[in-house]
Design a protein around this ligand. Structure first.
Ligand SMILES: Nc1ncnc2c1ncn2[C@@H]1O[C@H](COP(=O)(O)OP(=O)(O)OP(=O)(O)O)[C@@H](O)[C@H]1O
Length: 248
């Protein structure tokens, strides 16, 4: 049986004559916590948008749980949860009303019960009656995460999930991601530019540089070969050389 949850072949997105993502061939296996690392503008968000069916690739193919994100986007979406960098919620509604709205949109059965179970899992049932407009970034993120897993997706995509969070918020989110992976078996695909997050949370890593995949391995192998977190940083910098504008 094919164990790949994400499988891309020469996936490319061009804007004019510039490739934001170029010939990306990548697989992520079921159960992995995959960290997708790269400088600002490397093409990480563009990749996630293509994989979550939000953006049409220029060329190449991408399957999520065996479903093409272009030809079978509705089927693919059933397997996908997505937490964008800035979670979009209705500020004038309570957390529960937001979740009910999304649960009904995605056809979740017994939505009230599922919302309670999800909020309990995320240890934030107390947020349910509160207006989302009053929430800190960390609490919005938590409700965004609840929304993304209401339908129990096979794979959860997170775009820079720790951006703007304080150290406690980062730790809470990290623990939740790890629990989600261990207890629900959810495969995680996480964009980040924080090497510390990769080494603490991920089981495997891919590095994107100027739209191209320049490194892919498991964290175990990386640690065996390169040792500590500072060596991981050296590895990252060595595969993502800074391009100086105007240089030959
Ligand atoms: N709609 C668009 N039109 C033109 N260029 C775009 C568009 N969206 C993204 N790009 C360009 O594509 C490249 C990749 O952008 P992307 O947002 O995917 O990078 P990223 O790795 O997610 O960066 P960051 O960490 O800053 O979010 C950048 O050069 C960006 O300017």
């Amino acid at each position: 049986m094919n164990t790949f949850v994400v499988e891309t072949r020469q996936l490319t997105k061009r804007y004019g004559d510039r490739a934001a993502v170029k010939d990306l061939t990548l697989t992520v296996e079921r159960g992995e916590v995959f960290g997708f690392l790269g400088h600002n503008g490397a093409g990480k968000t563009t990749t996630i948008h293509m994989l979550t069916t939000l953006l049409k690739p220029t060329s190449g193919t991408a399957l999520v749980c065996g479903k093409s994100v272009t030809e079978q986007s509705l089927q693919a979406r059933r397997h996908i949860g997505y937490v964008p960098e800035n979670v979009r919620l209705y500020d004038t509604m309570t957390a529960r009303a937001n979740l009910l709205f999304f649960a009904r949109l995605s056809g979740v059965e017994n939505p009230e019960r599922r919302i309670d179970e999800t909020l309990d899992f995320l240890e934030c049932r107390d947020l349910a009656p509160r207006l989302v407009g009053s929430f800190s970034k960390g609490l919005r993120q938590r409700i965004g995460l609840a929304q993304a897993i209401l339908h129990r997706p096979d794979v959860l995509f997170l775009d820079e999930p720790t951006s703007g969070l304080d150290p406690m918020g980062i730790k809470t989110l990290r623990d939740l991601i790890i629990r989600l992976n261990r207890e629900f078996g959810t495969t995680i695909f996480m964009n980040t530019h924080l090497i510390s997050e990769i080494s603490r949370t991920c089981t495997s890593i891919g590095v994107l540089n100027q739209g191209e995949l320049v490194f892919r391995d498991t964290i175990d192998k990386v640690t065996q070969r390169y040792g500590s977190e500072s060596s991981l940083e050296e590895l990252y910098l060595s595969v993502t050389p800074v391009q100086v504008k105007g240089a030959a």
